[in-house]
Ligand binder design. Structure first.
Ligand code: SF4
Length: 251
């Protein structure tokens, strides 16, 4: 039996597929949302919700050799993930071309996942990995081979094709394993302050400038005290000046 045919996880060990994309974007954001249940909307997340609502609204459609399935629940016991695909198109093709049978639908079909995202065609690796994770779920569920899918990027209002090549598949599997490790450890990673932070809805909860690698929360706290109550503040009389306490604690 090959590794891909093994069921490694049970149903109650499955993790949300959305965590895969969040992990690629920022492991700390993934942990804040899923381990610490921190959530905050900003204009970007709100726009993303509107786009997803549009994708999920409406019934499934059938147009000749094309069927459009919406809000399809997916899972992979091999990767340990579960979630809902925005849209999965089914294109009628012959078995010799890779078409597979779909339960309840006659004929043979090639699944083609489409994920709706807010944003432009830059820095989309996290979305590509999420889409590939969906494809790997479908492949496992239908014993299919899916060569590509597409991202519908709201800002550009067009589709960007995504090929599920060996590199993307390997990266997606590695990320799924990393997400499992993150949940098992239950520890939120330090912040990696970078340009993505400025558009992150969790900026206030994360405090990326003070919670990064090598940054001490105690030093950050004492810096705040210093700003509020400088050492030579003449208004502080009697008892310990907080800045003096800071100096003692840091020594
Ligand atoms: S503010 Fe930056 S480091 Fe913090 S969760 Fe968001 S992207 Fe990650």
């Amino acid at each position: 039996m090959t590794l891909s045919a093994l069921s490694m996880y049970t149903e109650d060990q499955l993790l949300p597929l959305s965590a895969v994309s969040q992990y690629v974007h920022c492991p700390r954001r993934c942990a804040l949302i899923h381990l610490e249940q921190v959530w905050s909307d900003n204009v970007f997340t709100a726009e993303g919700c509107v786009l997803h609502d549009k994708a999920h609204s409406g019934a499934s459609e059938s147009r000749g050799d094309l069927k459009i399935l919406r809000s399809l629940r997916l899972r992979s016991l091999r990767l340990g993930i579960t979630g809902v695909a925005d849209v999965v198109e089914l294109h009628r093709i012959a078995p010799s071309e890779g078409g597979v049978c779909i339960p309840g639908i006659g004929g043979t079909w090639l699944p083609f996942p489409v994920e709706y995202k807010r944003g432009a065609a830059k820095d989309i690796r996290c979305y590509e990995v999420q889409l590939c994770a969906q494809a790997l779920c479908i492949e496992e569920m239908l014993s299919a081979r899916i060569p590509e899918g597409a991202l519908f990027l709201g800002e550009k209002q067009h589709r960007t094709p995504v090929a599920f090549d060996a590199v993307l598949r390997a990266e997606t599997e590695a990320v799924c394993q990393a997400v499992q490790n993150l949940f098992a450890a239950g520890v939120t990673p330090p912040a990696d302050h970078n340009k993505r932070c400025s558009s992150c809805s969790l900026m206030e909860a994360c405090l990326p400038q003070s919670a990064g690698y090598g940054k001490s929360a105690r030093k950050w706290l004492f810096r705040q005290i210093e700003e509020i109550c400088p050492r030579d503040d003449p208004t502080v009389v009697g008892g310990d000046n907080p800045a003096a306490v800071r100096d003692r604690n840091l020594s």
